[in-house]
Design a protein around this ligand. Structure first.
Ligand SMILES: C[S@@+](CC[C@H](N)C(=O)[O-])C[C@H]1O[C@@H](n2cnc3c(N)ncnc32)[C@H](O)[C@@H]1O
Length: 238
């Protein structure tokens, strides 16, 4: 992938800083409004329950953190971590206009080196985040390190559909239309081209589940959403 001569982390940080304002709208348009339901499934998979403290890595504009907050109740807590100031700024705005202000703490930090002690959280999620990391395995290992034994680690991300016909239609949509939509609606064709390229290079859901297992998670599995366009990959800390 072409990172314009920068290292991947710098390129990714600049890219998300540049699209933060239009991110939520573009996400809803590109997923035909299905993203909210997918996030809800991820919240069920992380087994969020009242009173729990869940970490949401690469929290972006806070959409997944807010879904989790709706489940953990007033005695629970969500910590959202991201390295993009502008995405976090947008998350603040979103959270302030939600009923979950007091439940969500935002923190700027690097998913590759989570600034938390071992065994801190009752579960960890990452939504459309792992494929942006310079090393997917290190990102998963960090999430595994900071959750308590018995807790779930859950990724929700683009995947690889396999159904013939559907698969071709999907790649046409993603190859041709997504960068075009990014250009027209957000004025950021290059950023949306990166979103496309990063999804192409990202491991399939089957391979990602194997990486989860190699990192030391047990009960690893994947759930396909929309014919495998998106998948939830999960595992438990033994
Ligand atoms: C596609 S957005 C996903 C946002 C959100 N999770 C959602 O569900 O919409 C990816 C986010 O990952 C963040 N990110 C990428 N690499 C990161 C890293 N190394 N550390 C922290 N955040 C990172 C970006 O800043 C961006 O906000």
């Amino acid at each position: 992938m072409d990172f314009s001569g920068k290292d991947k982390a710098t390129y990714v940080q600049e890219t998300f800083n540049s699209i933060a304002k239009s991110y939520d709208l573009m996400n809803t348009l590109m997923s035909f409004g299905l993203d909210k339901g997918w996030r809800r499934k991820a919240v069920r998979t992380v087994e969020a329950k009242p009173g729990m403290h869940i970490l949401d890595v690469c929290c972006g504009t806070g959409q997944l953190a807010m879904e989790i907050a709706g489940t953990i109740g007033v005695s629970g807590k969500v910590t959202g971590l991201d390295f993009s100031e502008n995405m976090l700024e947008k998350a603040k705005e979103n959270i302030y206009s939600s009923p979950y202000q007091s439940l969500i703490a935002l923190r700027q930090g690097d998913a590759m080196h989570l600034p938390f002690p071992d065994n801190t959280f009752d579960g960890a999620t990452v939504g459309w985040g792992l494929r942006n990391l310079p090393n997917v395995g290190q990102g998963i290992s960090e999430m595994l390190r900071v959750v308590k034994p018995g807790s779930m680690v859950v990724s929700l991300d683009m995947a690889k559909p396999t159904l013939l016909g559907f698969k071709q239609g999907y790649w046409f949509y993603f190859d041709k239309l997504v960068p075009w939509m990014g250009k027209i609606w957000a004025g950021k064709a290059k950023a949306y081209q990166y979103l496309h390229d990063s999804a192409v290079e990202f491991p399939s859901q089957q391979e990602l589940a194997r990486i989860f297992a190699r990192c030391g998670l047990v009960e690893t599995r994947y759930q396909n959403l929309l014919g495998g366009v998106v998948a939830i990959v999960s595992g438990r800390k033994a």
